[in-house]
Design a protein around this ligand. Structure first.
Ligand code: GLN
Length: 196
C-alpha cells in the first residue's frame, strides 16, 4: 500500500487519515519537513487555509511542499486544501501564499457568501461506480473561477467546478473525509499508485 501523508498543522487531519486507511493506503501525519521524504503523496486537509499557510511557513514546510509538488508529487486538497493547491486565489488574506500546482484561480468562501454550508448529491467523474452519486458536504467552500486548459473538471455545483484534476493533482471544494463514502480517497490512492 502506498504511504500517503496528511499535512497535520491544522484542519481535519484525523478524518483524512481514517479515510485514506479505509481506501487502502498507509496514512501518516506530516508535521515536519523531514517527514515529507517518506511519503509518496500528500493530502492537504480542510480547515482554515490562512492558518495552514501561516503555520507551514513558520514550521519550514511551505518551501519543501511547494517544491515536491512542482517536482511531481501527487497531492489532493479538500476545501482549504484546494485553496492551497491553486496557483492563484481571490479573497485571500493580504500575504496569503499557496503551494500552487493546479493552474486555476479559486475564490475563498465563495459559496459561503450565499449560504455557509450545504450538502448536495454530485456526479463525480473518475470515481468507481460512477452512476452512484457522491454526497458532497460544503463548508465555507471555495469555488473555481478560472481553469487552465490542462485542468479537467470532475464535478460541478451550481455551474461552478468543485472537483478538478491536473495531472497527479486533485482538489475538491467539498469534504469527502467527513462522509463514509471513500471513493474520492480511493481515486487519489490510485493516482499515487500510478493506476489512474
Ligand atoms: N473557508 C476556509 C478557508 O478559506 C475553508 C473552509 C474549509 O476548509 N472547510 O480556508
Amino acid at each position: 500500500a502506498p504511504v500517503i501523508g496528511v499535512l497535520a498543522v491544522q484542519g481535519d487531519v484525523r478524518e483524512h487519515v481514517a479515510a485514506l486507511a479505509a481506501a487502502g493506503a498507509q496514512a501518516r501525519p506530516v508535521r515536519r519537513p523531514e517527514e515529507l521524504a517518506d511519503v509518496a503523496g500528500l493530502v492537504v486537509p480542510g480547515g482554515e487555509s490562512t492558518t495552514i499557510d501561516r503555520l507551514c511557513r513558520i514550521f519550514g514546510l511551505h518551501e519543501p511542499i511547494r517544491r515536491r509538488i512542482a517536482e511531481g508529487m501527487p497531492a489532493y486538497g479538500s476545501c482549504a486544501g484546494m485553496i492551497q493547491l491553486a496557483d492563484e486565489i481571490l479573497d485571500g488574506h493580504r500575504d496569503q501564499q499557496t503551494f500552487g500546482g493546479i493552474d486555476m484561480t479559486v475564490r475563498r468562501n465563495a459559496f459561503g457568501r450565499q449560504v455557509d454550508s450545504f450538502e448536495t448529491d454530485l456526479h463525480v467523474e473518475g470515481l468507481d461506480d460512477p452512476d452512484r452519486p457522491f454526497r458532497a458536504v460544503f463548508i465555507r467552500a471555495p469555488w473555481v473561477e478560472r481553469l487552465g486548459d490542462d485542468v479537467e473538471v470532475l464535478a460541478r455545483a451550481d455551474g461552478h467546478p468543485v472537483a478538478v484534476r491536473h495531472g497527479r493533482l486533485l482538489a475538491t471544494s467539498f469534504h469527502p473525509e467527513v462522509t463514509d463514502d471513500h471513493r474520492v480517497h480511493e481515486l487519489f490512492v490510485r493516482m499515487v499508485d500510478g493506476r489512474s
